[in-house]
Design a protein. Structure first.
Ligand SMILES: Nc1ncnc2c1ncn2[C@@H]1O[C@H](COP(=O)(O)OP(=O)(O)OP(=O)(O)O)[C@@H](O)[C@H]1O
Ligand SMILES: [Mg+2]
Lengths: 484, 531
């Protein structure tokens, strides 16, 4: 077989293997050109949606790794968040302290729910996806009972803004406008730096005291390499111009890109110097040079007018995206721990896991708890951005949309990574934004556009699952089937 | 007075429902001793080992009677965990490897080395970081000590079966406190020379003072390495002997309860050349990891039994896998004159080729289904046989299915309680027979069997080989047999191709002298030296 042929067949194979993703890329591009959207307007909406939903989608990864499939049970995490939000709003907490209070309430709730769902899944191994769906509906029922009857009916609640005028049952909509709306999104960078500064100092002191008491090596050098940048950042934040920049509630995407480019470039220059000057490595450090060149190219591209406009149109909620970023880093970190490896083993083959001494049921329950807790945080992030809670609806579609997005990114029932989640989010939501408009432009009917949007949301899962089933049938992947 | 034994099993009995699988079995193994456990398919060997290992199947089916004594202390294992903690390791008959994991990950599964982290100090040990460096080094060491030079970062998926065996062994000897190691048919898929390598690894493990229980159907290996042995027949101990006091014919007789004649009659009338070509292969290549096939040309005539032999990793297994479309293949293949389309899934099946895979767990069987369903499944889905047509609705013709299954159970001597027994509850050798039956149910024009007698006892082996010969001679079936066992190939094949380095190094007559076979197998190496 000639070189050429093998390269082409390789490209062909990758395309076929990722057929769902490829299809969505094509659809997105097509829809964009058919619609009246411009790149800046698309970007604005897209980033709003990304900030809102990415955390939730990422919470799906853990169960997939642990072999629990695409977990419709995250609806239950969303329910935990909504119960907590209701209480916090009722008690009158506002702003970031309201968020902290919500977290304080929803965490134990989500842990409990996750534990129960995990128990349930352990007694129905192999059919977790359907189990999760049913568990979702069931807990939705309980939730409705709680909000319609018990609150106000059994437990008296005196709150005319939250409760239906009869005093029994919670209103259809909880408005977060005056309490929790944007409480995470609009935490300024200045506050983040301040908190990081105090927290850093506190942790540093605790560590030193701990090590002194335990008579351990102080590891001052390591500590300082972490603390010095934090302190430096804190110091810089007192420069007036920087202080005004840092105090704005959101960060323009353009600035974020610029900061990122500078960061990457500086880091690689530092590495380059270290490699050549200090470690005296032979040869050209191609990797670092490439990174620096790449950073330069990205920076240059911001001078292209469309891109410039698009980047200026988006104002990022800083803390929200930091949390998402942290979760993106947390996942690979977790996978590189004993617990993560156990999850992978359990997900790959329960029999092997058992026979090599892993407590399969425990690992699965931990995975469910983690996922449920993360899902509840995800729902909190999403709701504080939207600004209203549809008491009886907000949680319902959560599982559906998150799973659809993940599948679009190329994940499957057995395999999903952070990359799949991020790519899937971008593609799914781009299409979701564009499709009504594109439908109207192409067919001249707003109604059809609306239908198309609903169709996209629901059709994606069916399509993705079907296409995955199809691409799984190619040569080589026939383990477990009877085709010989 | 008494010697210290690493393991004693006393008066062990076990029933699966009404089926008494073990009856009052006792045996004892000394440290550093290789102890052979021998018996027909279904005699109860694996079951005995499952009891030793605390496997949950045993507890779930009502436990067992008798005692297991490790180092003089009675042990009650509730799970394999307990057994492992007590220093017992097992190289399984069915591979317990995770295909998606690397070799290192498989060797270390469940026993990963870790480094404490800040998070682990706060939240507990399970958040400790994996020590990949140490794990890779350990894996390397374990692999080296059994003479495997494969890269430990490679994924297990797609490795040839022979390699998987060694990975399992590496996993066991990587455990520090190991006292007793069970090998359940480790050599079934290895060629003689590879098996020799394995046996010498076993000897060196035993030298370290580790006791070994060795289950095999190859009696010559027993004579080679074992110190003592016990023969089981229908769940009972029929004899326990020192190896020096016995010989192969005696062991065989003890196993089956009668004398075993030679494999297949020598004076068999070998085939008369038919001019019709059943399988024509031109410039054939297969991308199977570890079993790559490069450029093979081959003509196989109608009505012959064509053997394919060679060492593991040289590509012999790649040929059937390529034809059946399990791995990407290139080149030209014609089946009875019809061109095979690789891109069309299952094309070979539709063209009348049936194949018994060497990897029966992976692709061969539906373990939770009955014997009869497994036998007819392919025939039903591919050839729409065993169905009663009612317009659109097709019903399974249960009567016909039952009759065929019964016939197969008889001809292949499948030891079972009936056609409705779950395949997962059959012994390993009997599962292999079900695989073969299912291929025969397709009523193929060309039958490819890969390691057809893997894990099958000598009595049943004779039966199966005879049946294959009968199908060929009297029903005109063309057979390709891929096997690691040269003896088996030579006993029934008309021609034997030896594959080395992904190419056919020569095609020999079954009665060609041993040297020629030996030369052919090492052809790759010789020609490399020359060039
Ligand atoms: N889970 C099970 N349920 C019911 N019967 C079983 C189960 N496992 C094994 N058996 C039966 O127990 C008997 C002994 O099986 P075992 O696997 O111990 O045989 P073996 O000696 O290892 O044979 P082989 O050489 O073929 O591997 C067989 O008749 C088998 O059908
Ligand atoms: Mg067995």
């Amino acid at each position: 077989m000639s070189e050429k042929k093998s390269i082409w067949s390789k490209i062909g194979n990758t395309l076929i293997k990722n057929n769902v993703t490829v299809l969505f890329v094509l659809l997105c591009v097509g829809a964009f050109f058919a619609s009246t959207y411009t790149l800046p307007s698309l970007f604005t909406e897209l980033f709003t949606r990304l900030g809102r939903n990415t955390f939730l989608v990422l919470s799906l990864l853990i169960p997939v790794v642990a072999g629990l499939g695409l977990n419709f049970g995250i609806v239950i995490g969303a329910i935990a968040a909504q119960i907590a939000i209701f209480l916090v709003v009722h008690w009158g907490f506002t702003g970031f302290s309201g968020i902290l209070m919500t977290v304080l309430i929803c965490t134990p709730l989500a842990v409990l729910f996750g534990f129960l769902v995990g128990k349930l899944f352990n007694s129905m191994k192999g059919t977790e996806m359907i189990g999760g769906l049913v568990a979702g509906y069931f807990s939705d029922g309980l939730y409705q009972l709680l909000f319609l009857v018990i609150l106000g009916g059994v437990i008296p609640i005196n709150n005319s803004t939250l409760m239906i005028s009869t005093g029994m049952g919670v209103k259809n909509v909880i408005n977060l406008k005056d309490n929790l709306r944007y409480a995470i999104d609009e935490v300024s960078m200045l506050s983040i730096i301040n908190v990081a500064f105090y927290a850093g100092i506190l942790i540093g002191v605790i560590l030193i005291v701990y090590r002194l008491i335990k008579k351990q090596d102080l590891q001052l050098k390591k500590l300082l390499t972490v603390l010095i940048p934090v302190i430096a950042l804190y110091g810089i934040s007192y420069v007036p111009a920087i202080r005004t920049f840092l105090s704005t509630p959101r960060l323009m995407l353009l600035n974020a890109v610029e900061l990122g480019v500078i960061g990457v470039a500086l880091f690689n220059i530092y590495k380059l110097i270290r490699l050549t000057a200090i470690e005296k490595k032979q040869g050209v450090p191609i990797k670092q040079l490439l990174y620096i060149a790449g950073a330069g190219a990205v920076y240059a591209s911001t001078y292209i007018s469309v891109i410039y406009q698009s980047l200026c149109a988006v104002h990022l909620p800083v803390l929200t995206f930091m949390l998402i970023g942290a979760l993106c880093l947390f996942m690979p970190w977790l996978m590189n721990t004993k617990l993560g490896q156990d999850m992978r083993t359990v997900g790959q083959n329960r029999a092997v896991a058992t026979s090599s001494g892993i407590n399969v049921n425990r690992v699965r329950i931990i995975a469910m708890i983690l996922s449920t807790v993360l899902a509840s945080y995800g729902q909190l992030i999403s709701l504080q951005n939207i600004g209203t809670v549809a008491t009886y609806g907000s949680h319902q579609q959560v599982g559906l949309y998150a799973i659809a997005a993940l599948l679009v990114g190329g994940a499957s029932v057995q395999h999903a990574t952070v990359k799949h989640a991020l790519l899937g989010m971008v593609l799914f939501h781009t299409l979701f934004i564009l499709s009504p408009n594109a439908g109207q432009q192409l067919l001249g009917n707003a109604q059809i556009g609306e239908y198309f949007r609903v169709f996209v949301a629901y059709g994606v899962i069916a399509l993705a699952l079907a296409m995955h089933a199809w691409s799984n049938r190619g040569p080589k992947k026939q383990r477990g089937t009877l085709v010989r | 007075m008494e010697e210290t034994y690493a393991l004693r099993m006393e008066h062990v009995s076990k029933n699966y429902g009404d089926n008494a699988v073990l009856k009052d079995v006792s045996l004892s193994v000394k440290p550093g001793e290789i102890y052979a456990l021998i018996g027909e398919n279904g005699a109860g060997k694996s079951t005995l080992m499952n009891i030793l290992f605390g496997m949950s199947v045993i507890r779930d089916t009502g436990g067992f009677d008798g005692k297991v004594i490790i180092d003089g202390v009675e042990a009650r294992f509730n799970s394999p965990n307990d057994a492992m903690a007590a220093g017992i390791g097992m190289v399984h008959q069915e591979f317990m490897l995770i295909p998606g994991f690397t070799i290192t990950e498989n060797i270390k599964v469940g026993r990963e080395d870790t480094i404490p982290t800040l998070a682990s100090r706060i939240f507990g040990k399970s958040l400790e970081k994996l020590d990949n460096k140490k794990m890779n080094a350990d894996a390397r060491k374990a692999l080296d000590s059994i003479g495997m030079d494969i890269d430990q970062h490679v994924r297990v998926a797609g490795l040839p079966v022979g390699y998987m065996q060694f990975v399992e062994i590496a996993r066991e000897i990587d455990k520090e406190n190991i006292k007793l190691l069970v090998f359940d048919e480790p050599t079934a898929v290895l060629t003689e020379s590879e098996a020799k390598g394995l046996l010498s690894v076993m000897r060196s493990i035993a030298k370290r003072g580790i006791a070994i229980i060795f289950i095999t159907h190859r009696l010559s290996e027993v004579m080679d390495v074992a110190d003592r042995m016990t023969v089981l027949r229908d769940g009972e101990v029929v004899a326990s002997k020192n190896i020096i006091d016995t010989d192969i014919p005696e062991i065989a007789e003890l196993m089956v309860g009668r004398r075993i004649e030679k494999l297949v009659d020598e004076n068999e009338t070998h085939y008369t050349h038919s001019d019709e070509i059943a399988l024509k292969i031109r410039d054939f290549q297969v991308d199977m990891p570890g079993e790559t096939v490069n450029h093979i040309d081959l003509d196989i005539h109608k009505g012959e039994i064509f053997g394919i032999g060679g060492l593991a990793g040289q590509g012999k297994v790649g040929i059937p896998n390529g034809i059946m479309g399990m791995f990407p293949a290139y080149g030209e293949v014609e089946i009875f004159g019809e061109k095979l389309q690789f891109s069309k899934l299952g094309d070979a099946l539709h063209k009348g080729v049936a194949c018994v895979s060497e990897d029966r767990r992976g692709v061969g069987l539906l373990l939770d289904e009955s014997i009869e369903n497994n036998i007819i499944f392919n025939a039903m889905t591919i050839k729409r046989e065993y169905l009663t047509g009612l317009g659109f609705a097709h019903l399974v013709n249960a009567k016909k299915v039952r009759a065929f299954a019964k016939e197969m159970i008889k001809t292949l001597d499948i030891r079972c309680t009936g056609p409705q027994q779950r395949v997962g509850s059959l012994s390993g050798g009997n599962q292999q027979k079900v695989c073969l039956a299912s291929a025969l149910a397709l009523n193929p024009r060309l039958l490819i069997v890969s390691e057809p007698t893997r894990g099958i006892d000598i009595g049943a082996k004779k039966l199966i080989l005879e049946h294959l010969v009968d199908l060929c001679r009297n029903h005109g079936l063309t057979i390709i047999m891929v096997s690691s066992e040269l003896g088996e190939l030579r006993s029934i094949c008309d021609r034997i191709a030896i594959v080395a380095g992904g190419e056919i190094s020569s095609i020999l007559a079954p009665d060609a002298p041993d040297v020629e076979f030996g030369l052919a197998m090492s052809a790759a190496r010789v020609s490399q030296e020359v060039s």
